[in-house]
Ligand binder design. Sequence first.
Ligand code: ARG
Length: 461
Amino acid sequence: MSSETNSMWGGRFGAGPSAVMREINASIAIDKRLWRQDIAGSRAHVAMLGATGILNAEDVAAIDAGLQQVAAEYEAGGLVEDAALEDIHMHVETRLRAIIGPAAGRLHTARSRNDQVAVDFRLWTKAACAEADAALKGLITALLARAEEHADTIMPGFTHLQVAQPVTLGHHLMAYVEMFGRDRGRFADAAQRMDESPLGAAALAGTSFPIDRQMTASALGFAGPTRNSLDSVSDRDFALEYLAATHMTGLHLSRLAEEIIIWASQPYGFITLPDAWSTGSSIMPQKRNPDAAELVRAKSGAFLAAYTRLSVVMKGLPLAYSKDMQDDKVTVFAAYDDLGLCLAAMTGMMETISFNPAKLRQAANSGFSTATDLADWLVRVAGVPFREAHEITGNCVKAAEAKGSDLNGLTDAELAAIDARITPAVRDVLSVEASVASRTSFGGTAPANVRAAITAARARL
Ligand code: ARG
């Protein structure tokens, strides 16, 4: 074998790869993150090779001790990258050989890098799902605390970003508790589906050695082995599902970020971000910018890009493994980093935002936000058909607009002049407090409902 060629696969080659070939082929800068999973996979594999009698006990003990030493070295000093060694699998094995000698070459019996990378990456992605779940739980906990604090705080509810009906801030925040709760479900669901070990699929067709895939699967904490060797080494839908769940979480984070940005803007003045979550301007001394929220909004776009990128890598690949798939990890790792940052930033902002109840209430009272309450009152109390009540209420809005007041600012006489069936008893529903308190239908905004929803959400947590 030429010394130029790769020690892992260079046997049939006369010369080594060109420098550019090395560079395009090397993934170690990215997949070094998998070293813990790679060593765990190898330890499970070698223990199984011993238990099945494929390797003798002496080799197994030497390999396992060597792998533990490699792990200790990486833990202490990090991994020294060598592009000639391509990827994490070759780095670990090469270091193992340096430590224990030629017996290291027996580790790769009944295995291929194709099932090796598949098992490493699944282990990593499963853990990433659990981390996302924990971070989402933290964000939900923060939202619940703020929702409870503001179960009675009145704010405008919007449609088309026009003031529509008054709602409570607690109710608004609880909407995000629902969204992030579904996101947790998506990560949990994806984690459950990827809970199968591809180790033992070997290169693509399985192996003639009498391996025990059940044993390696359970040693690695999987529910069981995958059922088809071709699928095992060529599937990356587990990674795509992780990215899809990330993308959906990103959408929700982005909408909340957008609201924070709008609410912090001076014409709204609904919130103030604390110093810890604001940045200043180098030219305008008064500025207090919601940069973290803006970056959450921006980064959420990268999740869709990541999902699209890996989908496009996968879409035309014939079975089984193709090297295109090596590009899966750079995409997933970047999304993972961004998701962790976004969830941490959003949780931090949520915990510390100060809401301005006076501004929120004032805005809730604008835009004739209790018009629906007046129409509903006409139906409920005066027996007016809803369509007619809508028309009468429209006339009241017109009159209030002309007078420059809100609906409650019209006198009893002015209201009665519009329609004789409007009596002073209507005052019960014209205030924003009365409006909100009356919305007691299941899932509605009444403070009592919001408190019940918070209790129920805490129980689900
Ligand atoms: N570094 C490779 C990857 O991440 C490992 C699998 C290599 N397999 C192969 N047949 N070249 O996909």
